[in-house]
Design a protein around this ligand. Structure first.
Ligand code: M6R
Length: 609
């Protein structure tokens, strides 16, 4: 996830672009850059690190001009560095891009064979070369962009300028956001409304497959085949605070709603349905190595540890490799048995968690290979690993982890299928079926998010209680833990997650009419068991909030507060059951009026022991 911005008009564009990038820094902040037409040529300035570094560079070397584009980066291909920072130039063409080009390796080989030279490791630079090639073949800029995009697979929002037609910006989108702003003799483009809201409130939201040409005088929108289309101009009345969070009250709520997109981005380019295969990020694990493993040990903290618990089910079930889960903060002090026949998997959103790093150090010293699953490219955890699979959730701002969790689950499921295929535990047909179900998840989450109002009503009813109990079994037990953690950290209400079958061994003593019990009672192989556990709680006068599968009338008849999730392959349920629990925690906290994005005593990244 990166941020892009562009301006064409009568004014000096650098301050407008920098202001836009400041509002987009939440989308990425590992490097930033500008390209501005100075009347003769396009000048580019880029800097590694936060936007302040680019501002410092601009004070040394200003970029005068009234047409330009800018970018703030969240690395996906290529390390965060000045060389990989956008904009990228090929001949007269300069491009900024947000998204992932899936076929970049093939295109890079093709373009290199034609004698085109690359300056960066990014997938984006491919686009600038493709456009340059079309210009060399005699196309005008708009036709060149259309031609280039016809060979690109993946997601993109791009803004393109060229020294051959320095009066316009050509933009296009496919599965990455892009909004146009209409000013007085000026045109704007950005990844998101807040970036241009200080300059105009009249916006056009492009659809996937749209391309637009902006000059100071007008805007023309067309489809990639060149046919002109009309898109309505909308007036945006958001306050500045609302704008920063994309219209949501808190980053956490915004990030909950970003989950379908985050999962789709994480799956993109990694699945072949034809072959029933998963490809990892530029590495392979050999059959001999996987067959010879004694076990896999997953180390993580907090929410990432909950993802690991779900991953254990999947890896053991699909790949038949024994998996042990450890809290990184415990692993480091118990002299764990680790050797070269153990694969250690570290899971972390931030990539900087001190306990996880320390656990990895021990694993390394004992000869284990390390694979990390991480959201922040080139952070310390991936740098210490032998292999990395990135989640493509984009920057997570809210302290309570949401979209990072579901993307960790998506990667763990891919990894389980990968290992199962290499170890010949799963044939291509069954694997393809499972992967097809996984691809449906973003749409199913969209459906659950439509029930948000219902969860809000339940949250209002319960926000004043002092304790909650969450129960789940089997694959949903970790989700009970995750639901309880979400509630604790942002609402400050005491909550416990428990495996429902264990209730009778102690915690059932806690139950009375004052204790709400959140029960995950979806339709899977242990449905009847968890149903009896729920009834045991009901018999002791607990108030139940049930999370059930759509169409389960029996539950609807027995419980007043029911939230449903769509039917799905049972092993994928955690990707869905967690969503209402995130919303429940969010709305309970919101009714209580706590500081949801920065709850007391917590930090987003725990870099101390
Ligand atoms: O960045 P990490 O995934 O390594 O962080 C681990 C935990 O600190 C983190 O998941 C924490 O529990 C979250 N606040 C939970 O919402």
């Amino acid at each position: 996830m990166c941020g892009i911005v562009g301006y064409v008009g009568q004014e000096e564009c650098t301050p407008i672009l920098i202001d836009g990038l400041k509002h987009l820094e939440y989308r990425g902040y590992d490097s930033a850059g500008l390209a501005v037409y100075n009347g003769t040529q396009i000048d580019i300035l880029r800097a590694e690190g936060k936007l302040t570094n680019l501002e410092a560079a601009l004070s040394e070397r200003p970029l005068p001009g009234s047409l330009g584009i800018g970018h703030t980066r969240w690395a996906t291909h290529g390390a965060p560095s000045e060389q990989n920072a956008h904009p990228h130039k090929a001949g007269p063409v300069v491009v900024v891009h947000n998204g992932i080009i899936e076929n970049h390796l093939t295109l890079r080989q093709e373009l290199t064979a034609e004698g085109r030279r690359f300056q960066s490791e990014t997938d984006t630079e491919i686009i600038s070369h493709l456009i340059h090639r079309e210009l060399d073949r005699g196309a005008d800029l708009t036709t060149a962009v259309r031609g280039a995009l016809s060979s690109v697979e993946g997601s993109y929002a791009i803004a393109v300028v060229s020294e051959t037609e320095p009066d316009k910006i050509v933009v296009a989108r496919h599965m990455s956001p892009l909004v146009l702003g209409l000013g007085e003799q000026a045109g704007f483009v950005a990844s998101d409304v807040p970036a241009i809201l200080n300059h105009t409130r009249n916006m056009i939201f492009l659809d996937d497959g749209d391309l637009a040409v902006l000059t100071g005088a007008d805007v023309q929108v067309m489809r990639l085949d060149g046919s002109l289309v009309e898109r309505p101009v909308k007036r945006i009345d958001w306050s500045p605070a609302m704008a920063e969070k994309g219209g949501y009250k808190h980053f956490m709520l915004k990030e909950i709603h970003e989950q379908p997109r985050a999962i789709a981005d994480t799956l993109r380019g990694r699945i072949s349905l034809e072959r029933g295969e998963v490809s990892l990020d530029g590495f392979e694990l050999e059959k001999d190595y996987l067959d010879g493993l004694e076990r896999i040990v997953i180390v993580a903290c907090g929410t990432s540890w909950h993802a690991a618990l779900v991953g254990k089910f999947w890896i053991e079930r699909q790949a038949r490799i024994a998996v042990e889960i450890d809290l990184a903060s415990e692993f480091r002090y118990r002299n764990p048995i680790i050797n070269e026949r153990v694969l250690v998997v570290a899971i972390s959103q931030s990539g900087e968690t001190a306990d996880t790093l320390a656990a990895m150090q021990i694993a390394k010293e004992n000869g284990a290979r390390i694979l990390s699953i991480c959201n922040v490219v080139e952070s310390s955890i991936p740098r210490m690993s032998d292999y990395v699979i990135y989640t493509h959730a984009g920057p997570e701002v809210g302290v309570a982890s949401t979209k990072a969790f579901v993307t960790q689950l998506a990667v763990l499921y891919l990894f389980a299928i990968y290992c199962a295929r290499v170890r010949e535990q799963l044939d291509s047909r069954k694997a393809a079926h499972k992967l097809l179900e996984l691809i449906r998840i973003p749409a199913l989450i969209e459906d659950i998010l439509k029930n948000e109002e219902q969860v809000k009503i339940i949250a209002e009813r319960y926000h004043q209680v002092s304790d909650f109990l969450y129960i789940g079994r089997w694959i949903n037990y970790p989700i009970a833990l995750e639901g309880a953690l979400k509630l604790k950290e942002i609402s400050y209400i005491h909550a416990e997650g428990y495996p429902a079958g264990e209730m009778k061994h102690g915690p059932i003593a806690l139950i009375d009419e004052k204790l709400p019990v959140v029960a995950i009672v979806t339709r899977n192989r242990i449905h009847d068991k968890i149903l009896s556990n729920m009834e045991e709680a009901q018999a002791r006068r607990a108030t139940i909030i049930a999370l059930a599968s759509e169409g389960d009338e029996e539950i609807q008849n027995r419980v007043r507060d029911v939230v449903t999730i769509p039917l799905v392959e049972e092993e994928l349920e955690p990707l869905l059951t967690v969503i209402p629990l995130q919303l429940l925690a969010y709305y309970v906290a919101d009714f209580k009026g706590t500081d949801i994005d920065q709850p007391r005593n917590l930090a987003k990244s725990v870099t101390v022991e």
